[in-house]
Design a protein around this ligand. Structure first.
Ligand code: GLP
Length: 263
């Protein structure tokens, strides 16, 4: 079971997905109307597949409530690149979630400020998010909170960095088609979830993972805000963990008699 703050390194993404789904299952058995925060991107897909398998095997998710993290401005739910489309295809339908229990951010709302405020109010009314799944961008963004986002930020419209546009262009016919703006939960909003579950795979995430865990807490590295939370599970593969200095964490022993580090 995922408890308190921990980092789990395993090269089998299926194993990591099962660990997360065990936690979700235990939570739902205890509280059938749990509030689950879902992330998009390729990293969490094995989690949703495993969750769908368990639903096929009898797990009942009909009462859980779902909140999205972010959405591109200007894409509606019928657009295959929208996060609403991804969430419906990968989570809502295969996991048999009641669409009435799902609140996603709309990128086509006429008034995005009002949309952000009503989204925040909906999370509050639901009693807060119980478990939030998160991924991380190469530059350390979480949801679409780009570097320099305030660590206390709330749900709002944001302009994406070149790096993010480039990274996400792999899903589009050309880079010109990637929207330049998004609406995203703020870092402050995300930190209010009771349990954060962060996943990162591959060497291309190693920089963000290292800074997130071992770097200073800084607005330039939004994922580092996770250091401020008391219940975080970070699940990474060897590639993403490859630049962590973890080997040094417990290398030295302190001799209280001499008040020196033992060799
Ligand atoms: C996007 C999303 C993030 C996601 C990130 C990583 O930018 N806004 O929420 O975590 O991509 O995606 P992937 O898991 O595909 O690397």
């Amino acid at each position: 079971m995922l408890e308190l703050v921990e980092i789990i390194i395993n090269d089998d993404h299926q194993v990591l997905a099962s660990i997360v789904v065990d936690s979700i299952e235990a939570m739902v058995r205890q509280k059938p109307d749990s509030v689950l925060g879902v992330a998009t991107g390729s990293t969490p897909i094995p989690i949703y597949q495993e969750l769908a398998r368990r639903v096929q095997a009898g797990l009942d998710l009909s009462r859980i409530r779902i909140f999205g993290l972010d959405e591109y401005v200007s894409l509606d739910e019928t657009n295959e690149q929208s996060y609403a489309y991804f969430i419906r295809e990968n989570i809502i339908e295969p996991c048999k979630i009641n669409p009435a229990n799902v609140r996603l951010l709309s990128g086509v709302a006429e008034d995005l400020r009002a949309e952000a405020a009503s989204f925040e109010a909906a999370i509050k009314a639901a009693g807060g998010v119980d478990l939030q799944i998160l991924g991380v961008g190469h530059n350390g963004h979480i949801a679409f909170n780009e570097p320099t986002s305030s660590l206390a930020s709330r749900t709002r419209r944001i302009t994406l960095t070149e790096k993010t546009i480039e990274a996400n262009s792999r899903f589009y016919p050309s880079i010109e088609d990637v929207p330049h703006q998004a609406i995203t939960q703020g870092i402050g909003t995300i930190l209010e979830a009771r349990h954060l579950v962060m996943l990162a795979y591959g060497e291309e995430k190693a920089y963000a993972v290292k800074e997130m865990i071992e770097g200073p807490v800084a607005a330039m590295m939004p994922a580092s805000a996770l250091q401020l939370h008391s219940h975080v599970s970070v699940l990474v593969d060897e590639g993403a963990a490859s630049t962590l200095q973890k080997a040094d964490y417990y290398k030295y022993e302190w001799d209280s008699k001499t008040e020196k580090v033992l060799d």
